[in-house]
Design a protein around this ligand. Structure first.
Ligand SMILES: Cc1cc2nc3c(=O)[nH]c(=O)nc-3n(C[C@H](O)[C@H](O)[C@H](O)COP(=O)(O)OP(=O)(O)OC[C@H]3O[C@@H](n4cnc5c(N)ncnc54)[C@H](O)[C@@H]3O)c2cc1C
Length: 444
């Protein structure tokens, strides 16, 4: 039995504590907030999309950063294991559109309650309002000083040498011995699990402390950026239709060289500064900061070609010859958007349908299939669903989540350089990495 400290009472921390206690360890969970699972509470708009009931290939496909690293953890504790796990704890689940899994009650706090109950049952000591400020480590004896080879003996070919130079060789040179608390005291432990989350929604307690712990103990941290976040646009008119949701539209983000960085069909939303909604969030997960400075082309009628749309406009014009431009556009899109675009389109808005020329009609069809919006930036951590970047997975064992640099130190959940699309995949990363760790913490 080992004495295990888990830092962080979010999804990953609570799951690790349950699993480690189940494996027979004495576990203490430290959470700096006054309650557990603050972020879980706001997931899935308060309903918690806790995983996705897709097949393994799809599960892996939805991971954006370091998919291969998750292979072992995802197989060790699958999305269906997540469903079974919560069902066994008495929390019924249901599957919705897109195979998204929710608590049957539609209450995110049922997820936290189930984990908190199980921690109590497995005698995990939960300490709230306990902020960890640093890790305690001690150096391990250096065993690397191998005797030098005699000339000609153990000679390594240049090819092998180059290969070795390209591959980072990591070795445990220290071991963790405990943690320092904000109140000035220290707690000793045989194993410490960092489950402090990322940087998104810092009001939930995710303030990036784990990145500092990782750096201070010699780990590489991949620079972080907000992901699954809204995109700001130069066009101010977006704000005039803020809140308008558009289904069945297509977008493509094109850089200055004309390269399409991301394109998708689906649902988006106008915001006071630009755009958001499912296909926009996905664009940020996939292309991230590369979106900066690109132009997003919005196609309001992806099912029609320019010619087909022009014919449709012609039919609308013939049906209502006396209608002005705004009224005409209103037959093709929501009235609020028509109102805004009337002043953006290069056609005199006082013209009636009968006065619009063939050239103007063609230009209108082209415009509605290719509305340019210029990206000025991505939203910040205060609104990002996840953090892209984090503790480099090269420094972590994929089977156990143990550090390859510091013995007995583990990293789980969003603090790692792992992120995925929306749909329950980010929480599955938390559950799977936590299970891999909790079940495999070494005996001391
Ligand atoms: C608005 C929103 C909605 C989301 N919806 C979904 C969804 O429906 N489905 C999905 O799969 N994902 C969703 N996500 C993403 C998902 O919530 C996260 O990926 C996941 O919660 C990460 O879990 P974690 O345990 O690694 O980190 P966190 O949940 O961030 O937990 C970290 C915990 O550590 C504590 N902590 C931090 N530093 C210290 C310290 N120094 N000492 C002590 N404690 C500390 C924090 O207070 C916090 O409680 C959503 C995210 C947001 C922001």
């Amino acid at each position: 039995m080992s004495n295990v400290i888990v830092i962080g009472g979010g999804a990953a921390g609570m799951m690790t504590a349950v699993m480690a206690a189940g494996a027979g360890h004495r576990v203490r969970l430290l959470e700096k907030n006054e309650k557990l699972g603050k972020k879980i509470f706001i997931t899935g708009k308060g309903r918690c999309n806790l995983t996705n009931a897709c097949d393994m290939e799809e599960l892996l496909n939805q991971v954006m950063s370091n998919r291969r690293f998750l292979f072992s953890a995802f197989h060790g504790f699958t999305n269906f294991d997540t469903i079974d796990f919560f069902e066994k704890l008495g929390m019924r689940t249901k599957i919705e559109r897109g195979s998204r899994v929710f608590p049957e009650s539609d209450h995110a706090y049922d997820v936290t309650d189930a984990l908190a109950r199980e921690m109590r049952k497995r005698k995990v000591t939960v300490s709230l309002r306990q902020e960890v400020t640093g890790l305690l480590t001690e150096a391990l004896p250096d065993t690397s000083a191998a005797p030098e080879a005699f000339p000609g003996e153990g000679a390594v070919s240049d090819k092998k040498k180059n290969k070795a130079a390209g591959k980072k060789k990591v070795k445990q040179s220290a071991r963790v011995t405990g943690v320092c608390l904000k109140n000035g005291s220290t707690l000793l432990a045989d194993a410490v699990v960092v489950a402090t989350g990322g940087l998104s929604y810092p009001s939930t307690g995710s303030t990036g402390d784990g990145y500092r712990f990782a750096k201070e103990t010699g780990h590489e941290v991949v620079p972080c950026v907000p992901s699954l976040v809204s995109v700001s646009m130069q066009e101010r008119w977006c704000g005039e239709v803020s809140g308008l949701s558009m289904k069945n539209v297509a977008v493509s983000f094109v850089d200055r060289n004309g390269t399409v960085l991301y394109d998708a069909f689906g649902e988006m939303l106008f915001t006071h500064k630009g755009v958001s909604g499912p296909i926009i969030l996905s664009a940020t997960a996939e292309a991230s900061t590369r979106l900066q400075g690109t132009t997003m082309y919005l196609d309001l009628k992806p099912a029609l070609s320019v010619e087909q749309l022009e014919q449709r406009i012609l039919r609308e014009m013939e049906a209502a010859k006396g209608k002005q431009l705004k009224g005409l556009l209103g037959t093709l899109m929501p009235a609020s958007l028509a109102g805004v675009l009337t002043s953006v389109i290069a056609i005199d808005e006082a013209k009636t349908a009968a006065q619009i020329t063939k050239e103007e009609r063609l230009a209108l069809a082209k415009y509605l299939k290719h509305i340019p919006l210029h990206v000025t930036g991505l939203g910040g951590y205060n609104e990002a669903v996840v953090t892209k970047g984090g503790v480099a997975v090269d420094d972590i064992s994929p089977a156990t989540m143990e550090s390859k640099r510091v013995a007995g130190l583990y990293f789980v959940g969003e603090v790692l350089d792992l992120d995925a699309m929306t749909g329950g995949f980010n929480l599955q990363i938390a559950w799977s990495t936590a299970a891999a760790c909790g079940k495999n913490i070494k005996e001391t």
